[in-house]
Design a binder for this molecule. Structure first.
Ligand code: ARG
Length: 488
């Protein structure tokens, strides 16, 4: 086969086949129109493989030089949009290899020595995903910073804390936001952990059983940066597992789905808080849309879409798990189906994190040095809502316990007081002392300090509690933690 014939897949693998594929089957089996986004990883992996083949004397230095030169040209062609992707060549791997052979002749044909597309594709996806994880880690850090900035400004803003979506106890708005910082911090830890198992080299496993050539897999792993924190090369240790394992993709999808679930919970809160019934926050107009029929409306489209897209990402996780469940060892073509869900998960997560960081924290305005367009907080509406719901009832009960009542009795006394306040349509703190004393004689004037929203907040001064001193300490802890992570 002369090298200029190599532009059809059938010619790329064998003369064994006696009939051509129909166009329908070609389209059905091809992946090039979605896996071409792996091109950088594919070239990087091929160069590392070729360099090692030459170092081991499997191919000549001249062949290596030709491969390096050809790949540089291919890189340029792809970057400038000149590369012609051919459906006939099925996937990214065959497209690049065929072009290489077209450019440099036999050296291109030698590149595939000791390698199969099975270990090649597994390597490409891992390399690509590793870099995406690094970007996602950065974006998770930025979202946490945005939340911390808003929290810093609202430590003393009191809102109702809810259980069962019923007003429960007053909390600091900053405390509420920090709950999400905790979630995203755990998400980042999970991503870090997934990265370790993603960054492991399948190449050198060949089709499934290893290869007869004297490969140096550790060298390839080092070249590709597939090393642990100590610099030890990370190499998949069983060739059958290496070519067929997609655990890293599933683990990543699970971690991504959980990030999206957290985003979705935050979205749900933003949507509630923005409704006229709450009126707690506003988001900038550019994240909302109007209604074509109701002129007064501003709809929270971005949080709603994020909540909706969470379904997609969770679905991709289910898709990948199901993709793997019936596969015998080793590689099966089923695995080609790992890419679209993985790509869509990465794209959705990346865009969502970026947009949320801006929607919450705003965008830097170079003219003022401030950030514009972040979330706006209506502290008064939050406070009013907390007052409306008898959020300090527990504080009154705790007050009575301090005066010597058993908690269950105190609970009962306060229930009577709430009933009275309800019938007068007022807050507990608006009941006159004489009325309160009618429920229990232990109640004195100092009760009013306890029943204020600020008093209630300050009283919850345990580690992890909502007292402003605790909240400030948590903000500092998160800042220091993120700062440490950001060190190179
Ligand atoms: N496009 C294929 C995939 O994504 C590459 C591996 C093909 N290997 C094979 N033996 N047909 O999985």
């Amino acid at each position: 086969m002369s090298h200029n014939q190599l532009d059809k897949k059938s010619e790329a693998w064998s003369a064994l086949f006696s009939e051509p594929m129909s166009d329908l089957v070609k389209r059905y089996t091809a992946s090039v129109f979605f896996d071409q986004r792996l091109w950088k990883a594919d070239i990087e992996g091929s160069l590392a493989h070729a360099e090692m083949l030459a170092a081991q004397g499997v191919i000549s230095q001249q062949d290596l030089a030709a491969i390096v030169k050809g790949m540089a040209q291919i890189r340029g062609e792809i970057e400038t949009g000149q590369f012609e992707w051919k459906l006939d060549l099925e996937d990214v791997h065959l497209n690049i290899e065929a072009r290489l052979t077209q450019l440099v002749g036999d050296a291109g044909k030698r590149l595939h020595t000791g390698r199969s597309r099975n270990d090649q594709v597994a390597t490409d996806v891992r390399l690509w995903l590793r870099d995406e994880i690094d970007l996602i880690l950065k974006l998770l850090g930025e979202l946490q910073h945005a939340l911390l900035e808003v929290a810093t400004k609202h430590v003393d803003v009191v809102m109702p804390g809810y259980t069962h979506l019923q007003v429960a106890q007053p909390v600091s708005f900053a405390h509420h936001l920090l709950a999400y910082v905790e979630m995203f911090a755990r998400d980042a830890e999970r991503m870090q952990d997934v990265r370790k198992r993603t960054n492991c080299l399948p190449l050198g496993s060949a089709a499934l059983a290893g290869t007869v050539y004297p490969l140096d897999r550790h060298r390839v792993a080092k070249t590709l940066g597939m090393v642990d924190a100590q610099g030890t090369p990370m190499v998949c240790q069983n060739s059958l597992d290496a070519v067929s394992d997609r655990d890293f993709a599933i683990e990543f999808s699970a971690a991504a789905a959980l990030v999206m679930v957290h985003i979705s919970r935050l979205s749900e809160e933003l949507i509630l808080w923005m409704s006229q019934n709450f009126g707690f926050v506003k988001i900038a107009d550019r994240f909302t849309t109007g209604s074509s029929i109701m002129p007064q409306k501003k709809n929270p489209d971005v949080p709603e879409l994020a909540r909706g897209k969470t379904g997609r990402v969770v679905g991709h996780l289910m898709g990948l798990l199901t993709l793997m469940k019936g596969q015998p060892l080793a590689y099966n073509k089923d695995n080609q189906e790992d890419k679209e869900p993985l790509f869509d998960t990465v794209d959705t997560l990346r865009d969502t994190l970026r947009i949320f960081t801006e929607m919450i924290g705003g965008q830097p305005n170079p003219a003022t040095g401030q950030k514009d367009g972040g979330i706006t907080v209506n502290a008064q509406a939050m406070e009013q809502a907390a007052l409306k719901g008898y959020a300090t009832a527990t504080d009154l009960a705790d007050y009575l316990v301090k005066k010597g009542l058993p908690f269950r009795d105190a609970h009962e006394v306060v229930a009577q007081a709430v009933k009275a306040a309800l019938s007068h349509a007022c807050d507990l703190s608006e009941l006159p002392l004489s009325v309160l004393q009618g429920f229990h004689t232990a109640i004195e004037k100092d009760v009013y300090g306890v029943m204020s929203l600020g008093g209630s907040l300050n009283a919850r001064n345990t580690l992890g509690g909502t007292a402003p001193v605790q909240v400030k300490a948590q903000i500092e802890r998160h800042r220091a933690r993120l700062h440490q992570k950001e060190q190179p």
